[in-house]
Ligand binder design. Structure first.
Ligand code: ZN
Length: 64
């Protein structure tokens, strides 16, 4: 199972959000979209989805 990580710290935000999502790509994108719209006020759409997808990382990269 290939899990992906989305770290909200990679996005500039005034709230200094530190949320990290880890799961399968579809799950992370779905939760990330909801989070970005709900918490950060982004507009739902393909542009947001593409931005989130571009920010996906391998979870192992984060294990320091
Ligand atoms: Zn956030």
């Amino acid at each position: 199972m290939a899990r992906k990580m989305l770290d909200c710290r990679e996005f500039p935000s005034e709230s200094g959000c530190t949320l990290t999502l880890i799961g399968e790509e579809a799950e992370v994108l779905r939760a990330g979209m909801a989070h970005a719209v709900d918490v950060h006020g982004h507009a739902d759409g393909e542009e947001l989805r593409a931005g989130l997808r571009a920010a996906l990382r391998e979870p192992a990269e984060a294990a320091t």
